[in-house]
Design a binder for this molecule. Structure first.
Ligand SMILES: Nc1nc2c(ncn2[C@@H]2O[C@H](COP(=O)(O)OP(=O)(O)OP(=O)(O)O)[C@@H](O)[C@H]2O)c(=O)[nH]1
Ligand SMILES: [Zn+2]
Length: 354
């Protein structure tokens, strides 16, 4: 299994693979998904694999293999049948755009997420915070890349604006087209055996950055055709590639609506070092930091200790959070009711014998 470690294989996956190995299965990592075809890297080279019938029929969408997953598969000549997805270390997920509250898993088993913003029209500290909080909540290390630094007279002031927000997260200035900052980025953050993703709005320069790292254009290779939920045909590329540095990079399509799917009781507070510390000093332990007397958070904003942007972002995220939770409760209730109804229909049929 030595060659698999360069693709991120470690003792976590080895343990979870144990029982499958005893059944004579092989391990592979999903690098691209094209319709039903999953491209895997394995100890014995690349393999194309399909899902087993049981997986295809039995699993929820977010449990199906995603780019970054390690899977146990049965080898047939050069093809494979995926039997199971090995337990994930983490998953990068988002709320689906629009009113739905379903989560979409974008990629899995990731060490670092690079949040890219362009220093042209795209720069937006509020949106940046939403990405940072969401990524921290997925247990992934965020790194902010401010690209297109060649387009502004004082790029350092933007970097300081982001570091002043107080998150525990590196902020780098780059120019993908001007070839500035790329070496520092690679040396500090694109380490062998580590898996990274690039996220950010359309047009911020993600593909240009990947191409600069790779030294050639790869986007068209392995572009994934899929149908979106309206049945419209779209082309997205979601590929895991190995960079010259030995790091793996997943290039995911532009995500303009990056919804927050925080877990219960977690409103993004814990992810801001200062906000977390302040909330412990509020008079009420269940303080919402809006109107309560003795709120240390509101006081810190008033006194200029906590950046107003951080506070406003907290309010926005907690509002969305409340919406997400009520919606998921509603959805679960509706599913239960539907289940009950379906059971009644079956019983009714049995009684009537049709
Ligand atoms: N001036 C300048 N332009 C850049 C830089 N990086 C990228 N661009 C330009 O920005 C435009 C968009 O870049 P892309 O790499 O296609 O952006 P993207 O993030 O991959 O966009 P999507 O594929 O839609 O998600 C292109 O015209 C690039 O040449 C940069 O550092 N400086
Ligand atoms: Zn408070």
């Amino acid at each position: 299994m030595t060659s698999l470690t360069s693709y991120g294989w470690n003792t976590h996956f080895e343990q979870h693979f144990h029982t499958y190995q005893a059944q004579g299965l092989d391990a592979g990592r999903v690098t691209a998904i094209e319709g039903f075809r999953h491209k895997l890297v394995t100890a014995s080279g690349p393999v194309d694999a399909m899902l087993s019938g049981a997986l295809m029929n039995g699993a929820e969408n977010w449990d199906l293999p995603k780019v970054g997953d390690w899977v146990a598969f049965k080898a047939y000549d050069n093809e494979g049948i995926i039997i199971s997805v090995l337990t994930r270390i983490n998953e990068l997920s988002r709320k689906l755009p629009g009113r739905t509250t379903e989560k979409q898993v974008i990629a899995t088993n990731i060490d670092t997420a690079f949040i890219v913003q362009g220093l042209d029209r795209d720069f937006n500290p509020m949106r940046l915070q939403r990405y940072i909080v969401q990524i921290l909540q997925c247990n992934i290390r965020p790194v902010v890349l401010l690209n297109k630094q060649d387009l502004v007279p004082d790029p350092e002031s933007y970097r300081q604006e982001v570091t002043a927000l107080g998150y525990d997260c590196p902020v780098l200035l780059l120019s993908a087209t001007g070839n500035e900052g790329l070496q520092e980025w690679a040396a500090g953050h694109l380490l062998p055996g580590q898996t990274c993703v690039l996220i950010g709005s359309s047009g911020v320069g993600k593909s240009t950055l990947v191409n600069a790292l790779l030294g050639y254009r790869f986007q068209d290779e392995g572009a994934v055709s899929s149908f979106n939920n309206k049945g419209k045909h779209t082309t997205v590329s979601r590929n895991l590639v190995t960079l010259p540095s030995g790091a793996m990079l997943i290039d995911s399509p532009g995500m303009r609506e990056f919804g927050v799917t925080l877990e219960a009781d977690n409103q993004g507070l814990n992810y801001h070092p200062l906000l977390a510390a302040l909330s412990a000093e509020c008079r009420f332990h269940d303080c919402t930091h809006r109107h309560e007397p003795g709120c240390a958070v509101v006081a810190a904003v008033r006194e200029g200790e906590l950046p107003r942007e951080v506070y406003e972002s907290y309010l926005k995220i907690s509002r969305e959070q409340a919406h997400y939770q009520t919606d998921s409760v509603e959805r679960k209730r509706a599913e239960r009711q539907f289940g009950k109804m379906a059971k009644q229909v079956v019983q009714h049929r049995k009684q009537r014998k049709y």
